[in-house]
Design a protein around this ligand. Structure first.
Ligand code: ADP
Ligand code: MG
Length: 602
């Protein structure tokens, strides 16, 4: 074939494909336009997952009659004048492509009326061709209906998924915008059914309830942070550690209220939960990053879902710190909240904890703090009362046991199963897992020593030889520095008959001084090889966690009263007494009210 210029309609369809990938992309563009138009209320309708029809209505500024046809020209926008403007974009749209793109691949009707105009303008396009233009009666604002999306692009049509899947994508878009703009009332109707709705109160918390449900929203914590030098401000809510999910889907970031996907920000949030979440579980995070628009490039991709920061590190740091502080302040003590299962009170180590305890909902402070939130930049901070706090304190089940992040003072009663320490606190019974608690203590001790480069190491009188199989030897080789950092002194000695390597152990971490050095090292390497450390991003931390696990008191070890008191005292002194470094709880709470209920006293 010889080279020739593509016919205009083919070029338009190709270009449209960049912006409009699926029905949800249409919803995204139309909602963005409505937000940019200053709408207070945005109504979205979809039929058959948006394949049949997508309709978005807003009560925003509207488009003057004279400009309506122009809005469908490619690169026609009212939001950008010059290249310089690109560096301080404050609107969601600016490329002037969306309406043209959607019109090229559907049958589109737009009806729009600015408040100052008597009548609305109605325009109809099919496959990008203007079919009609006239006036109509309509309320102020804009309505866009996109019918039969991709009817003229069979290749795209083929790739659309089942109606329910496409409807799910639409719901995701609408709910995310609702989080970003809590002062706008959103409704979504899918095949005549209202599937999502917010009240536009301006309270992010209300939007959280709409998205996650009340139960979950109540376990979200206010997160705030700023970097004064760069002016970066982070605000929003993060889930308490008890709210983990199997995927990263609910780690949601906005930058200047634009919903974006950014691996590095996700990572910052995940790391903030380090040692608080079980293996391969992810937190819920809803955070907005306010940053000088000149510091970000949103013009990286036609859908604007990815952006570039000029200084990624600052933002990473502020996000991580804000999240970490919220989480540290509120790691809950799981409380015995629901009746024991019929199988009886199996408090044994094989009991499935999740089935018989649920995390305490009572975290004084976390609800009250909501008032300080968030997204306030846009002048939305209404005076907030904490609507749930009253509820909470009146419910005996939810009586507040402890200050957030801290432990209540505990009196040791005794030990059961050579595994759990029974203690009494201001509000009932606290059961402490002696192993998990000791792990937390040792871990924080070791981290503190490492921070001061003063890890205690114990020289062995006689070096001990161990022979390591190839897999383990490889770990030692790769992580020798980290192993040395925690107190090991190892020296390769030579090959072994089975192609492993022999090592001489000259020193061990002091906390392992009592252990058989060879076995301790092998145990730690086994744990490393197993890879079951949660979310630990740095090998040296994995090693630290493993060393602490090896060194800590085990189940089956009888403790004296004095030892138990000392353990509890040291646990109190830790920064995060409520979880072990693996993210499991160190203690479980059975409140006085719960006890009374179980015994039929109330
Ligand atoms: P962009 O949003 O990038 O400017 P679009 O193609 O989405 O490009 O829209 C083109 C123009 O049409 C916008 O700049 C705006 O002036 C106008 N417009 C589109 N949708 C609306 C709406 N819902 N309310 C008011 N004006 C709108
Ligand atoms: Mg737009």
């Amino acid at each position: 074939m010889s080279i020739r210029v593509l016919p205009a309609d083919v070029a338009a369809k190709i270009a449209a494909g960049e912006v409009v990938e699926r029905p949800a992309s249409v919803v995204k563009e139309l909602v963005e336009n409505a937000v940019d138009a200053g709408a207070k209320s945005i109504h979205v309708e979809a039929q058959q997952g948006g394949k049949r029809l997508i309709r978005v209505m807003d009560d925003g500024s509207g488009i003057p009659t004279a400009e309506v046809p122009l809005a469908f020209a490619r690169h026609a926008t009212s939001k950008l004048m010059s290249v310089e403007d690109l560096s301080h974009i404050t609107t969601l749209g600016f490329r002037g492509e969306a309406l043209a793109s959607m019109a090229a691949v559907s049958n589109l009707t737009l009806v729009s009326r600015p408040v100052a105009q008597e009548t609305a303008t109605r325009i109809r396009l099919e496959g990008g061709q203007q079919i009609s233009l006239g006036s109509a009666g309509a309320p102020a604002g804009t309505m866009v209906a996109v019918e039969n999306l991709f009817y003229n692009v069979p290749a795209r049509l083929k790739f659309l998924k089942a109606d329910a899947t496409e409807a799910g994508h639409i719901q995701r878009i609408v709910s995310h915008y609702a989080l970003a703009f809590p002062h706008i009332r959103f409704t979504l109707q899918s095949d005549q059914r209202t599937t999502f709705q917010t009240n536009g109160s301006g309270e992010l918390f209300d939007a959280l309830v709409a998205m996650f449900g009340l139960e979950t929203a109540r376990q979200m914590l206010v997160a705030n942070g700023r970097d004064t030098r760069s002016g970066v401000v982070v605000s929003g809510y993060v889930g308490s550690p008890s709210l983990h999910r199997g995927t990263r889907d609910q780690i949601i970031f906005f930058v200047n209220r634009r919903w974006i996907q950014d691996r590095s920000l996700n990572q910052a949030a995940i790391q903030a939960y380090h040692t608080f979440l079980p293996v391969r579980r992810y937190p819920i995070v809803v955070l907005n990053v306010e940053v000088d628009p000149a510091e970000v490039d949103i013009n990286v991709h036609p859908t604007k879902a990815e952006i570039k920061f000029r200084d990624q590190r600052v933002i990473f740091r502020v996000v991580q710190k804000a999240t970490r502080e919220a989480v540290l302040g509120a790691a809950p003590i799981p409380s015995y909240g629901i009746p024991a299962p019929s199988s009886g009170e199996d408090f044994g180590e094989h009991a499935d904890h999740s089935s018989w305890w649920q995390p305490s909902l009572a975290r004084p402070g976390s609800f009250g703090q909501r008032g300080e939130s968030s997204f306030g930049q846009f002048g939305l901070e209404a005076q907030r009362t904490a609507p749930f706090s009253q509820n909470d304190s009146s419910s005996p089940l939810l009586a507040a046991p402890a200050r957030p992040g801290k432990m209540p003072p505990l009196r040791v009663v005794g030990q059961i199963r050579q595994m759990y320490i029974v203690t009494e606190g201001p509000d009932g019974l606290y059961l402490i897992d002696q192993h998990a608690a000791h792990e937390r203590i040792l871990y924080e001790k070791l981290m503190a020593q490492k921070a001061q480069a003063a890890v205690a190491s114990q020289q062995l009188l006689e070096p001990v030889m161990v022979e390591l199989p190839p897999g383990y030897a490889a770990i030692v080789e790769a992580e020798l520095e980290a192993l040395t950092e925690v107190g090991f002194e190892l020296e390769a000695f030579g090959g072994t008959a089975y192609s492993g390597t022999a090592y001489r152990i000259r020193a061990v971490p002091e906390m392992l001084a009592q252990a058989d050095p060879g076995r301790a090292l092998v145990d730690i390497l086994a744990e490393m090889a197993d890879g079951a450390i949660p979310l630990a991003r740095e090998t040296h931390e994995k090693i630290a966690i493993t060393v602490c696990k090896r060194a800590s008191i085990k189940g089956g070890q009888v403790l004296t009263h004095e030892e138990m008191r000392e353990l509890v005292r040291q646990l109190e002194a830790t920064r995060a007494p409520r979880t072990c470094p693996h993210g499991r709880p160190t203690m479980i709470h059975l409140s006085a009210a719960q006890l009374a209920r179980e015994f039929g006293r109330i």
